[in-house]
Design a protein around this ligand. Sequence first.
Ligand code: ACM
Length: 710
Amino acid sequence: MTTMWRPARIFAFAACFGALASCATAPTPPPAIHAQALPLIPEPALVEPKPGIFRLRDGAALIVDSQNAEAAGIAHRFADLIAETRGIHLDVHPLGSHAERDAIIFSLDARAANVPSGEGYDLAVDPQRILLFAREPRGLFYGSVTLWQLLTADTTKVSRLDVPQVHIADQPRFAWRGAMLDSARHFQSPAFVKRFIDQLALLKLNTLHWHLTDDQGWRIEIKRYPKLTEIGAWRRPAGAAGTDANGQPVRYGGFYTQDDIRDIVRYAAARYVTIVPEIDMPGHMQAAIAAYPELGSIGDAPVVSPDWGVHAYLVNTDDETIAFLENVLDEVTDLFPGPYVHVGGDEALKDQWKASPRVQARMRALGIENENAMQGWFLAAIEKHLAARGKRVVGWDEILESGVPPNAIVMSWRGAKGGIDAAHAGHDVVMAPDPDLYLDHLQSDAPDEPPGRPTLRTLADIYAFEPVPPGMPADVAAHMLGAQAELWTEHMRTEERVEHAAFPRLDALAEALWSPKAARDWTGFTQRLAPEIERQRAMGVHVADGGMSRAHAPQDPLTRTSSALKPCSGKLRLRLEDDAPAEGPRAVFDTDLFDPCWIFEQAPLDGIAGVAVDVGQIPYNFQLAHDVTGIVPRPAPTSADGDLLVRLDGCSGTPLATIPLDKAVTNPAVTTLTASWPPVAGAHDLCFVFAYRGHDPLWSIDKVRLLRAH
Ligand code: ACM
């Protein structure tokens, strides 16, 4: 229907895009109320501050076309959010039934002039009223999010609120603005997934890529194949965490019932978040093969994996297996109404296919020369099935190596190159590169950052992410749909940790993907982030501080935690959590999977008589595939249970102490080991390295303390 309102003034919207600075600097200098940046993330495309204010009072009217159920839904959710965050109650009234003075008006009109289309909107806060226009419901929703942010510069509960007068015209730079959530490595509750979707939507992120299956767990109920969740959704954790206080095996896992999924999909749709389900194949399938061993390639029956890393298990390529997967995907497509299904395709080591007589026979029958081409044939069959059901396939960039179905979307994770090549070859691309957008990398060097990969991806790094490489021709750049950040959860055992990794780095990504490139302004972002973090905290989100307010405690010169020790070779560093105790806090070790060896640089040894070292052991539950040859051999032990060696002036220097591990070997948590040594003058590099047979468990240092002579 035609609305009774028009945007506050006509302006040349399109001309402002890409030239935000000139558009935004045209108005006269803002009055005091605008002295601070408006509390908006992502920064809108065009913001025109004005001198007045609108006074919003408790009980004010929110007028909306109630004939339009979507618009009415958006208005009601907005009213709920304002009541929850500011304590101001709005009365939702149907269009035409209430005076517009002092009211908020949500107007949805497909033909509205001078209003951006699609996800765009036009918002005018004037002294008499607030007018939000959009042509489509999703635009109305994003306008309501902007208005909510304007009203939540802080989150104290009030009965009236002064809103700065402003005109905002906005639309996104990229269509695909997303995050990937790995619910396979660790399971998150349906309630958490909904909370996460809330936060995505409030950042105008519109895509949740949901990684639902992997070697460590199958998380989606498939009615036709119940064992996928009866067996595949559960694993016994590695190491001490695999046994409970009564000595019984622990069963870790969970899955989403089809009712859970329908509920989550509905919830997401109401917030304009499209869920892209991922069923990863032909690798990352160990949990499915554990449930239905006939899917496997080498005829054995694995367990659901308690390990991390690249696993060997691949499904076979028989017609029955492809039919099984098609039946699974039929249930998946019935549950997820969005246009895309992600079929993985990543990290499918071909060893099992090479060793599998049935796969080799199939390849010969099909005249397929090598296993990579076989993966191409396999995924093409799956793609054809999905296309017949109206779905577009998404795959990790390995699909480029085996012939990409022309309509498939390539998700570039091994850096940007795959995405750039794919775009030049005419494929649509989503950038999701590691390490750039992999949020399992730690966000600050604070010693209390939770486990993850220690190569930092700071908030500023994410903010600086640019999906389109410089110089890419416009017709190629048109294939860059957008980008997403990945929340792989091997190291995120709790939902709190997922949120800590996600926020505020997803705020930074949201701005990089929504706002015009010319509007990118790190200083402005950090100012706008303060009220944003307050909002997120008020909603119970375990948001990190973005590494901005953390003052590092002064370092005791005689003590080093593992994060403050230098790795000896730094081949593959991880910050790993101990697997014990079962309850309560666990130690966190900065260690190296290939070479667990640490240097205390320039240790001040004058007056030092020895050392106390807190050590722990974690299961070596990492599948390194062919990289296993890179493991640095441990020195030979002299004690039955192994030793911790301390050497002077580096790892080939004089032995200072050989500390047997017998006291620590029976303690699954942290044990303090001590040793003394004769006086040494001056400052020296001390090397700490474990000597034991094999490489499991992974012995690790928690903390080193030099002990003074008495
Ligand atoms: C991936 O990180 N294996 C996509």
